[in-house]
Design a protein around this ligand. Structure first.
Ligand code: DP6
Length: 326
C-alpha cells in the first residue's frame, strides 16, 4: 500500500490559439487542437498521499476543505489514478494556488496538471509526460498543456490515447513577456465549461471557428519557430477576438468583457499606434494579457500601472513544465 506523500508543481498557461469546445465531455476531447505558452508567475503546488485509514478523499485547496460538489473533478481524476494503479485507497490532497492575491486568473490548468503529477506518483505509477498530459486533460482541458513548459500544442486527437499535448519550444530563449492586467478579481459568471458548451451548441459561427483554429495553428507554429513577433501577435489577438465572438453569437448571448476590458484593448491599440508593438489575448474572464517583447516592458508596464495601479499589472515570462519536489 502506497503511503508516500508526493508534491508536484505545475504552472498555468495562456492559450495563443484557444481551446473553446468539447467533442466528448466524458473523455474531455476538444473540438480543435490548441496552442499555449506556459507562464512562470502563476503555479499550483499539490501534495497527495493515499492513506488506508481514510473512508473518503479529503481535498483541501488554499487551506479550505472542499465539499462533495466542489471536489468532484478532483475525485474524478483520483478515481482514474486508482483504476490505473489497481488500488482502492482514498487520498489526502492538499493544494496551494500561487496566483497573486485576488488576481482572478485561471488556476484549473495548473491545478489539474499538478494533481496528475502528484496523484500518479503517490499511487506508485511512473507515467510518461504524454500520459500525464492525458490524465490532466480529464480534470480540465487547458491542464493538458500545463504538463510542459514554453510553447505547447494540444493535439485534439479522436480518442483518449490520441488527445495529448506536446512541447513546440521548451525552454524558450525568445525575449518575450505576457503582462497580466487584473481588471476584475471576481469569479466568472459563466464558467469556461458552460460557456464553450453553449458556443458549440448555439453559435451559428462554430463551424467557422474550427476553420479559424486550423488556419491559425498552421500559421502560428512556423512564426513561433522564426521568432516572428508581429505574426504571432496578430494571430493571438484575432484568435482571441474570434473566440469571444462565439460568446456574443451564442443563444443566450453573453460576454466576458467588462468596461475596463474594452478600455485596456483600446490602450493596447494606442500603444501600437505610437510604435510600441504589443498584442492582447484573454480567456473566459475580463482580464487582458498583453504579449510583448521584453525590451518594451518598461514602457508598457508604466502605461498600465498609471491607468490601473501598480498591483494590477503583473509581468510573466515563459515558464517551466511539471516538476516534483520531495
Ligand atoms: C478560454 O480548460 O477551463 O482558457 O476543459 O471545461 O475545464 P474545461 O475548460 P478550461 O477552458 C479553457 C478555455 C480558455 C482557452 C484555453 O485555455 O485554450
Amino acid at each position: 500500500m502506497m503511503t508516500t506523500a508526493v508534491t508536484a508543481r505545475a504552472h498555468t498557461n495562456i492559450a495563443l490559439v484557444k481551446y473553446w469546445g468539447k467533442a466528448d465531455a466524458t473523455l474531455m476531447l476538444p473540438q480543435t487542437s490548441s496552442l499555449s505558452l506556459t507562464l512562470d508567475q502563476f503555479y499550483t503546488d499539490t501534495t497527495v498521499v493515499f492513506d488506508p485509514t481514510l473512508t473518503a478523499d479529503q481535498i483541501t485547496v488554499n487551506q479550505v476543505l472542499l465539499d462533495e460538489h466542489a471536489s468532484r473533478k478532483v475525485r474524478h481524476v483520483l478515481d482514474l489514478v486508482r483504476a490505473q494503479a489497481g488500488i482502492q485507497t482514498f487520498a489526502h490532497v492538499n493544494s496551494a494556488n500561487h496566483v497573486p492575491m485576488a488576481a482572478g486568473l485561471a488556476s484549473s490548468a495548473s491545478a489539474f496538471a499538478a494533481l496528475a503529477g502528484a496523484a500518479s506518483r503517490a499511487a506508485g505509477l511512473d507515467l510518461s509526460a504524454r500520459d500525464l498530459s492525458r490524465l490532466a486533460r480529464r480534470g480540465s482541458g487547458s491542464a493538458t498543456r500545463s504538463i510542459y513548459g514554453g510553447f505547447v500544442e494540444w493535439h485534439a486527437g479522436h480518442d483518449d490515447a490520441s488527445s495529448y499535448a506536446e512541447p513546440l519550444v521548451d525552454p524558450v530563449t525568445w525575449p518575450i513577456a505576457m503582462v497580466a492586467l487584473v481588471l476584475d478579481a471576481h469569479r466568472k459568471k459563466v464558467s469556461s465549461r458552460q460557456g464553450m458548451q453553449s458556443s458549440v451548441t448555439t453559435s451559428p459561427y462554430y463551424p467557422a471557428w474550427k476553420q479559424v483554429v486550423a488556419r491559425d495553428l498552421a500559421a502560428i507554429k512556423p512564426a513561433i519557430l522564426d521568432q516572428d513577433f508581429t505574426t504571432v501577435g496578430e494571430i493571438l489577438e484575432t484568435n482571441a477576438m474570434r473566440m469571444h465572438a462565439l460568446t456574443l453569437s451564442a443563444d443566450p448571448a453573453y460576454s466576458y468583457f467588462n468596461g475596463a476590458t474594452l478600455q485596456a484593448m483600446q490602450t493596447v491599440r494606442e500603444l501600437r499606434a505610437t510604435g510600441i508593438a504589443c498584442y492582447y489575448t484573454l480567456d473566459a474572464g475580463p482580464n487582458l494579457k498583453v504579449f510583448c517583447q521584453v525590451a518594451d516592458l518598461p514602457a508598457i508596464t508604466a502605461r498600465f500601472r498609471q491607468d490601473l495601479g501598480a498591483e494590477q499589472v503583473i509581468v510573466a515570462h515563459p515558464g517551466p513544465g511539471l516538476s516534483w519536489r520531495s
